[in-house]
Design a protein around this ligand. Structure first.
Ligand code: PLP
Length: 353
């Protein structure tokens, strides 16, 4: 604390990201990065962009990326003017909170969810109400029929990995015509269906995605939102009052190439899905309960041992997983699906414990 701080800064409770330890040879299964790495075409595109043009500002609109995303989702009839791009989906989400979720009534999100949401509420002074997940850690659309200033949830949810079918997403949209409903699809490509298919049907829907997980570009910082043009305009207005150039030349070039290389993307998602199914089965054999996951992680608890104890023992073996010391989920571990070697190392360590 300092007398120079604003009163807002004094009250902030910032997000704490999963740690990025500097030790070599770690089996790092704590931050849901993709173990298979980005497409070689992405690296090539970035290398081509490494030239004297770096003295020039990038395109403030990121038009080439909006075009690439619109054409990737051509089946859903998405126009480039319905796409917003930002520096990681965390930045896109921040603009959504400020531009579309800040109203008089509290916004709604699940009690167990992405822990950045309450942080944005603190930063932008948005009231919220946490809606409990069911006992089986699912979102029940019936719980989202109450006065609100907006709704946001990840689908699949984090850290549970549970997916809400689009029919239920539609129920929430239909019951809340007067508020914006934000579906944060950071993990949708690992087996879920995207609500981008619903954007032209619901004027109150915003779908947010990231290139950090399925496209294996967490280090590049690219995220985007798809919605109708009026909602996108709100995000543009916030962005142009905040930072004209959120995506640099390298990020734009790499992100465009990522959307163009569909084959690499699909192979990598399938690789993660196959490993996730194997990991789930083997964890169950070791006495773990594993929630059904459509993400690149599993959320699991052991029938006898506490989550904190297992996380600490794994750490001694150089394996890092995520434990949340929070009500309802303190027994659980969130384990990122790794390469088959990494998953084998994890399973071996768990069997020995
Ligand atoms: C990882 C994650 C994000 C953030 O993605 P970035 O694009 O890396 O900022 C957003 N929402 C959820 C639910 C996530 O898990």
């Amino acid at each position: 604390m300092s007398k120079y701080w604003s009163s807002l800064v004094e009250q902030l409770k910032p997000y704490v990201p999963g740690e990025q330890p500097k030790m070599a040879n770690l089996v790092k299964l704590n931050t849901n990065e993709n173990p298979f790495g980005p497409s070689p075409k992405v690296i090539e595109a970035i290398q081509k962009e490494l030239n004297d043009n770096l003295r020039l500002y990038p395109d403030p609109e990121g038009q080439a990326l909006k075009d690439a995303i619109a054409s990737y989702y051509a089946d859903y009839d998405i126009k480039a003017s319905q796409v917003f791009v930002g520096n990681g989906s965390d930045e896109v989400l921040a603009h959504i909170f400020q531009g579309l979720l800040k109203h008089d009534d509290p916004i709604l999100f699940p009690d167990i969810t992405y822990s950045f949401y309450p942080v944005y509420c603190g930063l932008y002074q948005v009231e919220h109400h946490a809606v409990p997940l069911t006992d089986s850690f699912e979102i029940d659309p019936a719980d989202y029929r109450r006065t609100n200033g907006g709704i946001i949830f990840p689908n699949p949810n984090a850290p549970t990995g549970r997916y809400l079918v689009l029919q239920h997403v539609e129920e929430i949209l239909q019951a809340n015509e007067d508020s914006v409903v934000v579906v944060d699809e950071a993990y949708v490509d690992f087996g879920g269906e995207s609500a981008i298919s619903l954007v032209n049907k619901y004027p109150n829907l915003v779908v947010c995605q990231t290139l950090s997980k399925a496209r294996s570009l967490a280090g590049l910082r690219v995220g985007f939102a798809v919605a109708n043009e009026e909602l996108i305009e709100a995000l543009q207005r916030v962005k142009d009052s905040f930072n004209s150039y959120p995506l640099d030349r390298l990020a734009l070039a790499g992100a465009v190439a990522a959307f163009e290389d569909r084959q690499w993307f699909e192979d990598s998602c399938n690789g993660v899905i196959n490993e996730r199914e194997r990991l789930t089965e083997e964890l169950e054999e070791l006495g773990f309960e594993v929630l059904p996951s459509k993400a690149n992680f599993v959320f699991t608890r052991h029938k006898q041992k506490s989550g904190a104890a297992i996380a600490a023992l794994l750490r001694d073996e150089g394996i890092i997983v995520r434990h949340f010391d929070k009500p309802r989920i303190s027994d659980f571990l969130r384990i990122t699906v790794g390469t088959s070697d990494q998953n084998n190392a994890l399973l071996k360590a768990l069997a020995e414990l």
